[in-house]
Ligand binder design. Structure first.
Ligand SMILES: Nc1ncnc2c1ncn2[C@@H]1O[C@H](COP(=O)(O)OP(=O)(O)O)[C@@H](O)[C@H]1O
Ligand SMILES: [Mg+2]
Length: 235
């Protein structure tokens, strides 16, 4: 049984039919990349999984359990962490407070402290800046903080929406290598990217979304080698 499974998911913004029957799955331990151009429905797919957008039709299962009607704060409790597009850290809160916000569903201080230590292992820079306000950090550091905050909830799946957006190439490389490292230590990841090449390189499998529909799926090697994909997304 996949860890996460979407079956024929439709979603709308008013009259706009943004998702037209999305079917995909993510197995435990995988990195799965969802690639597609601007406006294809990538962010809406993640929002629908984390409960911010209600599917009008279709099912979303986490560990075989339906979560299609679960509001965002409860999807976090059930194990889904969503790092939204544009990071959305709390700029006026300190780095530490931002991390603590990620653990809102956790009561035990010991667990919070342990998770924070783990975040520091992945992101040593965060530890150096613990008492600084989130908004004073660079874009790359804010992205790292956003991922760290998501990890504080102790998720079973981490969903990242365009983590490389707007960052310098060297920082992008760092982010992708941390994504790989997180996965190597067991984290299941659903990665949304316009940066198709790097997203497919780091992934086990991928899906291509176009105007709200999945147009293609395969292993990273199959997709990286596909002529249509090369032309449309890797050029
Ligand atoms: N809040 C919104 N209100 C209305 N339309 C939206 C909203 N968010 C996204 N859309 C539309 O839904 C479609 C999918 O958008 P989105 O999921 O953000 O695409 P992507 O993340 O792939 O760039 C686009 O046509 C976009 O214009
Ligand atoms: Mg988007």
């Amino acid at each position: 049984m996949p860890l996460l499974e979407l079956n024929n998911v439709h979603a709308y913004y008013g009259g706009i039919h943004a998702l037209k029957g999305i079917t995909l799955y993510v197995n435990k331990g995988e990195i799965v990349s969802l690639i597609g151009s601007n406006g294809a429905g990538k962010s809406t797919t993640l929002k629908t999984i984390s409960g911010g957008v209600k599917p009008k039709e279709g099912t979303i299962l986490l560990n075989g359990q339906a979560i299609s009607d679960v509001p965002p704060h409860e999807t976090v409790i059930s194990g889904i962490a969503h790092v939204p597009e544009g990071r959305r850290i709390f700029p006026r809160l300190t780095v530490k407070e931002n991390l603590e916000m990620g653990a809102f569903s956790v009561n035990e201080k010991r667990v919070i402290a342990e998770r924070m230590e783990k975040v520091f292992q992945y992101f040593p820079r965060i530890k150096e800046r613990l008492h600084q306000r989130g908004g004073t950090m660079s874009g790359g550091e804010q992205q790292m903080l956003a991922i760290g905050r998501a990890l504080m909830s102790g998720p079973s799946i981490l969903m990242l929406d365009e983590p490389s957006m707007g960052l310098a190439p060297i920082i992008v490389d760092q982010i992708f290598s941390i994504i790989k490292e997180l996965n190597d230590s067991g984290m299941t990841i659903l990665l949304v990217e316009q940066n198709a090449y790097q997203a497919l390189q780091v992934a086990h499998r991928g899906y291509v979304i176009q105007t709200g529909e999945i147009k293609m799926t395969g292993t990273n090697i199959e997709l990286l080698g596909d002529d249509q994909i090369k032309e449309a997304y890797l050029a």
